[in-house]
Design a protein around this ligand. Structure first.
Ligand SMILES: Cc1cc2nc3c(=O)[nH]c(=O)nc-3n(C[C@H](O)[C@H](O)[C@H](O)COP(=O)(O)O)c2cc1C
Ligand code: SF4
Ligand code: SF4
Length: 250
């Protein structure tokens, strides 16, 4: 069974591709995470978890969900992490997670896809994004083939920088940068409420027709990138940048 979480569609795209190749059920974790639903799941075939990379590790909201859910049937679990450049030493933390979950770690595959972190970096144009997605195809196919053959993913070489990024930088990143204080809606807002419905942490409420952000943000970038009016900004950084949503899912 393929389980995925996705803010802006890259991981959804990769999950559906892999699901199609291996002939497995594909389950979106959005509703389960949002409603704190930890009811058990069963799969006789290997588990495949497809997620974005947040500060060189899996998203903490997915980590938390996996720590609390009971997966029965197969004990083998693969991880596929989409990223803008590198997943660092994420695999090391996933091995630890698997020990907690009493599951058999089958490896973690890095899939380089378009950058979605509009609050901090530059997002690509649709043309560039499509080219990056085209290049990611080979690795997605490779991952699917290994899963199909019940083979482990290859172990990547890990540098000192990878260890630092997934370790101390990840520890510092969340308390320092992951908050919703800089989000605001401009006059372009049409009060459609889509942003509130899209937030995996129910962190957005609508007051007088406009979104108001709470304190639970995990920086998935769904609200800012999926607003139909491009009415959401993050401080001054997001101004003029293209909103990124995986063009293959539109
Ligand atoms: C909060 C946040 C942190 C990120 N950290 C990393 C990172 O450490 N390394 C990286 O290569 N990409 C990073 N990215 C980019 C995303 O992992 C990448 O664009 C991913 O494919 C987005 O997946 P999604 O469309 O399924 O949400 C980050 C993005 C966000 C929003
Ligand atoms: S998605 Fe955009 S237009 Fe719709 S309510 Fe939110 S900010 Fe306003
Ligand atoms: S507030 Fe926006 S960026 Fe933060 S978790 Fe919700 S949808 Fe994602």
């Amino acid at each position: 069974m393929v389980l995925y979480f996705s803010g802006t569609g890259n991981s959804e795209y990769a999950a559906k591709k892999i699901g199609k190749e291996i002939g497995g059920e594909v389950v979106n974790l959005f509703e389960k995470i949002r409603s704190h639903d930890y009811s058990g799941l069963h799969s006789d075939s290997a588990w495949v978890v497809v997620v974005p990379t947040y500060a060189w590790r899996i998203p903490r909201i997915v980590q938390h969900w996996l720590e609390n859910v009971k997966l029965t049937g197969s004990q083998d679990i693969y991880f596929v992490m989409t990223c803008g450049g590198s997943i660092g030493n994420a695999g090391n933390y996933l091995k630890k997670l698997c020990r907690t979950m009493k599951m058999n770690y089958m490896g973690c595959m890095e899939i380089v896809m378009p950058e979605n972190y509009i609050a901090m970096f530059t997002t690509p144009t649709q043309e560039k994004a499509l080219e990056t997605i085209r290049q990611s195809q080979k690795t997605i196919d490779q991952a699917a083939l290994l899963i199909k053959n019940s083979q482990k993913f290859p172990q990547p070489d890990i540098s000192f920088m990878d260890k630092t990024n997934s370790g101390i930088v990840n520890d510092i990143f969340y308390p320092m940068f992951v908050h919703a204080k800089k989000f605001y809606a401009t006059d372009a807002c049409i009060s459609c409420r889509k942003c509130a419905k899209l937030c995996p942490l129910s962190n957005i409420r609508i007051e007088s027709g406009k979104p108001v952000w709470g304190k639970e943000c995990t920086h998935c970038m769904a609200c800012i990138c999926r607003c139909p009016s491009e009415a959401i900004e993050y401080g001054t950084h997001s101004k003029g940048l293209p909103r990124y949503v995986c063009p293959k899912n539109i």
